[in-house]
Design a protein around this ligand. Sequence first.
Ligand SMILES: Nc1nc2c(ncn2[C@@H]2O[C@H](COP(=O)(O)OP(=O)(O)O)[C@@H](O)[C@H]2O)c(=O)[nH]1
Ligand SMILES: [Mg+2]
Length: 378
Amino acid sequence: MSVIAIPFKNEDPNVVLANIRTAAGHPRIEEVWAIGHTPDIRRGVDEIIGEGPARIILFPEERLGSLRPGKGDAMNTALQRADRAGIDRLHFYDADILNFDSDWIDGAEEAADRGFDVVRHTFPRAATDAMITWFVTRPMLAIKYPGTILPRIGQPLGGELLLTRKAISELARNEDVRSRSDWGIDTVLTHAAVASGFSLYEHHVPDGKQHALYGSLVELRDMVLECFDAAASLDPRQPPPVRHQRDADAAVPESLKATTAYDYDSSASIVTATPSPQESDLIERLQPALSRPVRDLAERGDWSGLDAPTWYEFLTFALPRFQLGDPGWDAFLFRMWTGRVLWYTTEVAIDGYDAAMGYLESTVRGYEQRAGDLSSRR
Ligand SMILES: Nc1nc2c(ncn2[C@@H]2O[C@H](COP(=O)(O)OP(=O)(O)O)[C@@H](O)[C@H]2O)c(=O)[nH]1
Ligand SMILES: [Mg+2]
């Protein structure tokens, strides 16, 4: 039996309810699990329960993890329940998707029918969207696992995926997955599935995922820090080769190419804000080890040197040192990431969608190459 799990928090109730309805109306789906405790969504779900054909069940996330309680607890609640109930296929979809329809479900089910253990949805994103994927997760995976599939997965932070029975049962027993209650859950699940040797299909959604975008980059602060921490925490051993296929890319919608995904002006003030005493202390301590462009950003809010090689060096420097929850490190890492995003926006994204995507992909490949050369010389 196939189940769809939809974690929700502060989303537009109409969007969440429409997605629950779509999920419950699909012939392959027997149950829809809506996981969260926002009161107006609970009330709305109460009204559509029983519309069928699939059963809709609403329950809050359990406190399973050890980090900030968040999306990870919600996903792990579904994973544990699916394991206990012996569910064959568990789909996850974010609650805020505006263009969720039966094609997403069909695409995942069909790949599972062809024998893939895990299916991940992948889709085009605006040139200035996915800034954590492009400047934290994929670079970190490139640095740690060069030459493997891990840095090449399109949406390593994607919350849209399908796990088959084998994967459910293995991942439900994985302590790193279970403890990751925060935004780090996606990174840890992506890594654990590959490290466990599961075959992977990437199903392409050509229209892109239309969902809630951001104002200032400040809204992404927790996500940046938790995703960095999750990537840094991953077992450094290289994963085994896994069977992997993906749909061919399709033409990207023009509207998506023209989308600006965050507000530049309000974000620029993040890098120029006066550092807290903790951040100043940290920078002073690290100062002798920091490169010139990093110091220029830390001390004067000047992000003009945050190019790809500087960012590689910064990530490898922060990798063994960053401490999630340390106010100095949190502020410093977030300021640096913001500077890197601003640099990319003004130096690269400005040249248009295709050039931007070429830059982002080749930067990750370049990092893999650099990390691979280093590890072969060790
Ligand atoms: N149950 C539950 N759901 C959450 C929590 N945090 C986030 N979510 C849901 O996780 C999904 C992804 O969150 P979203 O803010 O859209 O992340 P983004 O698309 O990666 O920026 C959405 O459906 C959220 O409602 C949480 O603490 N509990
Ligand atoms: Mg979203």
